[in-house]
Design a binder for this molecule. Structure first.
Ligand code: GLA
Ligand code: ZN
Length: 647
């Protein structure tokens, strides 16, 4: 594995760079990521390019054995570009264009922007594509960040029309797919179709889902343009992009497909705040400065599942940040814990953010490995500790990352349910998290995959809510079950067609043959309403959402006084379960135990277990000593410490 650092040499005088290189070398850093926001430094005016500083940086750090990963600087178009061509600006959902002075103020569908982006990326890779100390490229920075994933400008409107034409060919087909007859929405020309901005308080969910897909595809296509340039001029370099973990507005599977590997930015005290309303793990008693390893673990599982292979953490938090709710300082040992967590979950390169805390602008309250004064901070000292245990880290990163269970993740389902949650607090991500977390608490490895994944490695595939169903999905699930896999479907599965209409077939629509039963009624349940279950494999009550089924080929596994709520259907050598309520953690664990998916790990709350080959990695996210049972072994772990046990 490898350690790197996000470095902003343009923020400091060149006389300082060599001292930085020395300090990096002493801490085992062999990679800098540079230039992803340096467009105005490289191209201060339309016809002027300044390369010398970057040439010098790459050469100087190369002399210290430190390679360079270049970020294409397109996240920050310079002022000469935004002033000369305001049509490149991102337009918000309230139809207001962005102002210059932040970042991500561009539209990926602006032809002017694409032309300038093409030029700057080409110039950069022509210069550095064969450089002996440059190893790869990060495209742009965090697509969708600063609320920029969905743009409502006139270029997007035109591009959306083109996207719809390609999808539906005839306007009548679109009208049919969207149910446009409803409320007189019927269109007669592509050019009439609006973007679903905030000016429409009652949008058609079919229209809006297609717009979400289009917005995501816009970044896929913009990224593809950069990839093509980079691969042409730097065929031996790696190319990636830094995702934001569980960020819900862009389809990371689509974005990751053409990349060499996935990468993401891991901020444990920032991201969990964003999911607080759906995940509140107060019982775990996590230390105040570690964040929530359940949420971060889910993001890691997704990042691994994007390509079912090791990924990079392109920005690893290494101290306090400036954009969370509380932003506590990291105590010694916490950056080390996060690093071990990332490696345990499947990262094989850790690039910290950032080298030296800046004194400048928006992020001058953000920490780095060094303080603003240039001396080591907590993160740097933790990195020195990690270098002491480097052999163990390297060995761990090289172990297989196998999982018996995969969870099916679909951005289409996420978007469709966000548009129509039906009960106000329904979150697709929470449905995913509940299943993930029930397994995580038992120390069972889980990957998040989409419907293009290789499912052969998994004995069980859980789709907490396979809401929108397509022919390929049905074929995939059928083949998987027929070959011996177990599929578990949760509520609201099979409800929608690809264009977000409700299916006209009996529920669960196209999945009905596989399920071997019909969903005859469904309802959210108020929080104070639960229904008693009668079942041999799990106990308790059903709540949150309830569906009753009438069995055909399936057998009834759990019933309420009103009917069947859990079914099992034999499918070839495998089987399919339909769970007609929102199961608790304990119920999920009982069902999995019935399927033979168990572990011999007894984990106290607040401890994470990850199995890697013959190793068990145990991470204590609390401030107390914790005792873990691994089979008949008892392992005690100090507060915020890590134990690696060979089994
Ligand atoms: C994001 C960005 C970085 C920086 C950090 C701060 O992840 O990619 O440029 O702003 O957040 O935490
Ligand atoms: Zn736009």
């Amino acid at each position: 594995m490898r350690f790197g650092i996000c470095y902003y040499p343009e923020h400091w005088p060149p006389e300082r760079w060599e001292a930085d290189a020395q300090l990096m070398q002493q801490a085992g850093i062999t990679l800098i990521r540079v230039a992803e926001f340096a467009w105005s430094v490289i191209q201060p005016t339309a016809d002027q390019y300044e390369w010398q500083w970057l040439d010098d940086v790459i050469a100087l750090f190369g002399r210290y054995g430190i390679d360079t990963m270049i970020g294409t600087p397109t996240a920050t178009p310079p002022i000469w570009l935004t002033r000369q061509h305001p049509d490149i600006l991102h337009v918000d959902s309230n139809l207001q264009p962005r102002e210059h002075g932040g970042r991500k103020h561009y539209c990926p569908n602006s032809p002017t922007y694409r032309a300038h982006s093409h030029t700057i990326v080409t110039k950069m890779v022509e210069r550095y594509g064969q450089h002996p100390h440059v190893v790869g490229w990060q495209i742009d920075n965090e697509f969708g960040e600063s609320n920029s994933a969905r743009c409502y400008c006139t270029h997007c409107e035109a591009a959306f029309h083109q996207w719809l034409r390609e999808r539906y060919s005839a306007i009548a087909t679109l009208n049919e797919a969207w149910g446009a007859v409803f409320w007189s929405q019927t269109y007669s020309e592509w050019a009439q179709i609006p973007l679903p901005s905030d000016n429409n308080p009652r949008p058609n969910p079919s229209h809006k889902l297609d717009y979400y897909r289009f917005a995501s595809d816009s970044f896929v296509s913009y990224q593809a343009e950069q990839i093509a340039i980079l691969r042409t001029h730097a065929p031996h370099h790696v190319v990636t992009h830094n995702y934001m973990g569980l960020f819900p507005e862009l389809d990371c599977f689509d974005l990751a497909r053409p990349l060499d590997f996935a990468a993401w930015d891991n901020y444990p005290t920032g991201f969990p705040d964003q999911w607080r309303d759906m995940i509140d793990d107060t019982q775990a008693n996590y230390a105040y400065d570690v964040g929530d390893p359940g949420v971060m673990g889910l993001a890691h599982a997704l990042m691994y599942g994007l390509k079912q292979r090791p990924y990079w953490v392109m920005e690893q938090q290494c101290g306090h940040i400036n954009w969370g709710k509380m932003n506590p300082r990291s105590r010694p040992g916490t950056p080390r814990l996060w690093t071990w967590h990332a490696v345990a979950e499947g990262a094989d390169t850790i690039v910290y953010f950032r080298w030296r805390a800046t004194v400048l602008a928006h992020e001058n309250y953000h920490s780095g490995l060094l303080k603003q004064d240039g001396t080591p901070d907590v993160g740097y000292r933790d990195l020195l500790m990690l270098q002491q245990e480097r052999a163990l880290l390297d060995e761990t990163a090289a172990q297989p990352n196998a999982a018996a269970v995969a969870i099916l993740f679909s951005y289409d389902d996420l978007w469709a349910q966000e548009l129509q949650p039906h009960r106000h607090d329904w979150h697709y991500l929470q449905a995913i998290y509940n299943w993930y977390d029930a397994l995580r608490r038992q120390g069972i490895n889980v990957h998040l995959v989409n419907d293009t994944a290789d499912l052969a490695p998994y004995s069980t595939l859980i789709a907490p809510s396979a809401h929108i169903v397509t022919d390929p999905l049905v074929a995939k699930l059928t083949e998987y079950a027929q070959k011996g896999g177990t599929v578990i479907l949760g509520v609201r599965s099979g409800f929608k067609t690809e264009s977000n209409r409700v299916t006209e077939r009996p529920l669960p629509g196209q999945l009905r043959d596989l399920v071997g039963a019909t969903v005859v009624d469904w309802s959210p349940l108020p929080d104070n309403v639960t229904v008693t279950l009668s079942c041999n494999i799990l106990s308790g009550t059903a709540g949150y959402w309830l569906e009753h089924l009438e069995t055909e080929t399936a057998e009834a596994v759990a019933t309420t006084a009103d009917g069947t709520v859990l079914t099992r259907n034999q499918v070839g050598d495998g089987q399919l379960f339909y769970v007609g309520w929102w199961p608790t953690s304990g119920q999920i664990q009982d069902l999995m135990a019935h399927l033979g998916v168990t572990s011999d790990v007894l984990l106290p709350a607040g401890v994470v277990h990850k199995r890697r080959g013959e190793r068990s990695i145990l991470l204590n996210f609390t401030d107390q000593v914790q005792v873990v049972h691994l089979g008949d072994r008892v392992v005690s772990i100090a507060p915020r410490d890590v134990a690696v046990v060979t089994r």
